[in-house]
Design a protein around this ligand. Structure first.
Ligand code: 0X9
Ligand code: CA
Ligand code: CA
Ligand code: CA
Ligand code: ZN
Length: 410
């Protein structure tokens, strides 16, 4: 990808020289950050369908990263793009980081996540069990922590799943999953609500679905603004799930794009491993997991399926079921101050985790887009680590509502 800026000829030579002698860690520009005012979901879907990197939507204003060619195309289609900033230059290769960039060390690297989970199992052996759903493309175990009384036994209790960090740069979500781990282990025996749920539910937490991408995002001394996994040019894990994969213009078939759907459904090892784990929870013909939240950032939204269609009801989604999503979604949003909506009201996505969880398993599956509500482009993915405490605790009530709903008849 080239730069959109015009460079004086005398400087061009210098730039070429620098490029030619650049070390292996030199990067490529991810493009520019743009804003455009949109009238409806159809327009937002049209923009997203070009494969640009959608960062957020606020009051109809869509913020995204686009390369020069994508920007030209959109302008030719009549969209009035406002360039508001430059995306960071990405490293092509860098060592695994010791920690987050200076000042943000409160966030957990993959090694720190692993250590936290191991510590939790040491401290609370009888109510935890650590396993893995499989490995990432680069071979990192995809940790699954089960929390329940008699955790070693498969009891007849409603099962609930929390997944985080499908998107590499959405680090606050990993902290959200760690908050759930910490709360339901350390609070056991002292907090009555926590104790009740640990005794009556089987809670599964997957703090990082995309550890390769997350580690890459913090490599090279500055945030990379990376979204996808690290398989080839990267697959958008949240476009790779197998329910109506690639059906409806809600993902890209271009591997360079930020919403690349992969070469086939579940071509991403991460989506495939998590799906296999969920499939494995079918016992005696019945899916044991009844409720799920997939955490993302940002925009402060509670979203529900289907994402592939803007219709409220569709195959496998009756009016009653759509109403339950809307009712529970609204209650969740009332508890944390987010905005509730069907995910396709934002823009159409196909191959998302929620569509698969509901479409294939009838799991009550939500996406939360966490803090901030409005993010100034890529900055929104990197709130200071002082926000970890308040912004994860903000969802305690919503987590409890979901755990309650997991016990209700669908
Ligand atoms: O586009 C996405 O995958 C999610 N937004 S993000 O900015 N975190 O990338 C939204 C997914 C919601 N769509 C469905 N649940 N279908
Ligand atoms: Ca850290
Ligand atoms: Ca149990
Ligand atoms: Ca069980
Ligand atoms: Zn996301």
């Amino acid at each position: 990808m080239g730069s959109t800026r015009r460079v004086p000829a005398v400087l061009t030579g210098l730039v070429l020289l620098l490029t030619a002698t650049a070390p292996a860690t030199a990067g490529e520009s991810a493009g520019s950050v743009y804003e455009v005012d949109t009238a409806n979901a159809a327009q937002r879907t049209e923009i997203a369908a070009t494969g640009v990197d959608v960062l957020g939507v606020r009051d109809g204003t869509l913020t995204f990263v686009a390369g020069p060619e994508q920007a030209r195309e959109l302008r030719a289609d009549g969209f009035r793009l406002q360039r508001v900033g430059e995306a960071p230059t990405r490293v092509t290769d860098a060592a695994a980081p010791a920690d987050f960039p200076s000042g943000d060390e409160g966030y957990h690297t993959y090694a720190e996540v692993t250590a936290e989970l191991e510590q939790a199992t040491r401290d609370h052996g009888d109510i935890t069990r650590l396993s893995s759903a499989g490995e990432s493309f680069e071979g990192r175990p995809l940790h699954v922590l089960k929390i329940s009384d008699n955790a070693a036994a498969d009891e007849d209790e409603p099962e609930v799943l929390f997944t985080c960090n499908q998107h590499a740069r959405e680090h606050l979500t990993t902290e959200m999953c760690l908050r759930i781990v910490q709360r339901f282990t350390d609070g056991y025996g002292s907090d009555a609500t926590v104790t009740g749920f640990v005794d009556s539910r089987e809670i599964y937490v997957i703090p990082t679905v995309n550890p390769d991408g997350a580690e890459y995002d913090i490599s090279g001394g500055q945030y990379q603004g990376w979204r996808k996994n690290r398989q080839g040019q990267g697959t958008d894990v949240n476009r790779n799930w197998g329910h109506r994969w690639g059906c409806c213009g809600g993902s890209s078939d271009d591997s360079a794009d930020e919403t690349f759907r992969g070469t086939e459904a579940f071509s991403s090892l991460e989506a495939r491993a998590v799906a296999s784990f969920v499939d494995s929870r079918v016992v005696g013909g019945a899916q044991q997991i009844t409720a799920h939240i997939d955490f993302h950032t940002y925009s402060e939204l509670v979203l529900w399926p289907y994402g592939y269609t803007t219709d409220d009801t569709a195959e496998g989604m009756s009016p009653e079921q759509a109403k339950r999503f809307s009712d529970v979604g609204t209650e969740l949003a009332n508890s944390n101050g987010y905005t509730p909506q069907q995910s396709s009201d934002l823009y159409v996505t196909d191959g998302s985790i929620n569509d698969w969880m509901w479409g294939e398993h009838r799991i009550l599956s939500f996406t939360f887009e966490m803090y901030p509500a409005d993010g100034n482009g890529l900055d929104g993915f990197y709130p200071p680590d002082e926000q970890i405490g308040p912004q994860t605790a903000r969802n305690d009530g919503a987590v409890d509502i979901l755990l309650r709903e997991a016990g209700e008849p669908g």
